[in-house]
Design a protein around this ligand. Structure first.
Ligand SMILES: NC(=O)c1ccc[n+]([C@@H]2O[C@H](COP(=O)([O-])OP(=O)(O)OC[C@H]3O[C@@H](n4cnc5c(N)ncnc54)[C@H](OP(=O)(O)O)[C@@H]3O)[C@@H](O)[C@H]2O)c1
Length: 299
């Protein structure tokens, strides 16, 4: 079984995706492993320098382009030419992606445009066929950024790709309201931050360990804490973009498809404990004009 999530434009995407940030070699070889393992969803971006390797990984895995959901993100815009930036992605990918995201809300200013003007340029490229069949979305948008786009949008953003894990839940409440209001799917990156970025693992660590044990004995397979965090993300209806360059870890990520969703009680235990602290890895503008909750970064 492969979990999928329906988007507000009528399309759908696999709920688990593999991100190809981290260099060309990883994007090609580990990307092909992820695809062979059954993760048919690759998340790329201009800034990663790995758009060309999406196609080579698909070829290496023996798949067709149509078998794989592909996302890229706009970033390389310095002189105001959105069209040539998008064309650059299409040339490197060798095809039109399934989803194009504005990588950050500050990208449009590089093109000398407001967010809403930038969005309208992307819509025009969908309408004139340059981005035929491509969904449009955003990334690292705060509530005010979302509102600025939806007030002009003819095509609504389908997702907002953001840092999402239990330690940013308290901060994200207003953003989750905006997503619900506009039927925007939350797409997570840094889902594993509590495990490999937080200095101690924080207060959810023992809960993840217990659940990993419980799910291992239920399934007879080895479920680890990272898999529990991925399952927590997917069970909340959030798309999970994670990554690894390691074959064994990629296999485990893909194996989450064979494990049941967390139930309400299990989700609640992680949510309530996660909400007691605030820990964000990718701060950037996410802390500007969008105040952090008054919480410690560990207990
Ligand atoms: N939109 C944005 O601004 C944005 C920002 C950041 C990332 N992203 C996207 O999200 C993807 C994932 O980003 P992320 O690195 O922040 O995500 P993540 O899922 O939190 O972390 C992935 C990292 O965790 C490590 N890892 C995997 N399994 C593990 C385990 N069992 N125990 C400990 N560590 C483990 C991996 O290292 P190994 O390779 O050593 O296994 C990898 O470096 C990126 O590739 C990119 O596509 C988007």
């Amino acid at each position: 079984m492969v979990r999928t999530v329906k988007l507000n434009d009528g399309t759908s995407m696999p709920a688990l995706g593999w991100g190809n940030m981290g260099g060309k070699e990883k994007a090609h070889s580990a990307g092909a492993i992820a695809l062979r393992e059954g993760i048919h969803h690759i998340d790329s971006a201009q800034i990663y320098g790995t758009e060309e390797e999406v196609g080579s990984a698909i070829k290496d895995a023996g798949l067709d382009r149509k078998d794989v959901y592909v996302t890229t993100k706009n970033n390389d815009i310095t002189v105001g030419d959105i069209r040539s930036s998008v064309q650059g992605s299409l040339d490197k990918l060798g095809f039109i992606p399934n989803l194009l995201l504005i990588h950050n809300p500050y990208i449009p200013t590089r093109a000398g445009l407001s967010l809403s003007q930038f969005w309208q340029h992307l819509e025009a490229m969908v309408e004139d066929g340059t981005l035929k069949g491509c969904s449009l979305g955003v990334s690292n948008f705060r509530p005010a950024d979302i509102e600025e786009i939806v007030k002009v949008a003819k095509i609504k953003p389908v997702v907002n790709q953001i840092e999402y894990h239990p330690y940013v839940l308290a901060h994200l409440d207003p953003l989750m309201e905006a997503h619900a209001k506009h039927s925007i799917v939350t797409q997570a990156f840094a889902s594993l931050a509590p495990i490999h970025r937080h200095p101690t693992g924080g207060p959810i660590k023992p809960i993840l360990t217990d659940l990993a044990r419980k799910l291992s004995s239920e399934t007879g397979a080895e479920v680890d804490e990272a898999m529990v965090l991925i399952l927590w993300t997917l069970s909340k209806g959030v798309v999970c973009i994670t990554s690894s360059g390691d074959e064994g870890r990629i296999h485990k990520m893909a194996s989450t498809e064979k494990v049941r969703d967390l139930d309400e009680e299990e989700i609640k235990a992680i949510d309530e404990t996660g909400r007691k602290i605030h820990f964000r890895h990718w701060t950037e503008h996410m802390e500007n004009d969008y105040p952090n909750p008054d919480l410690p970064s560990d207990l």
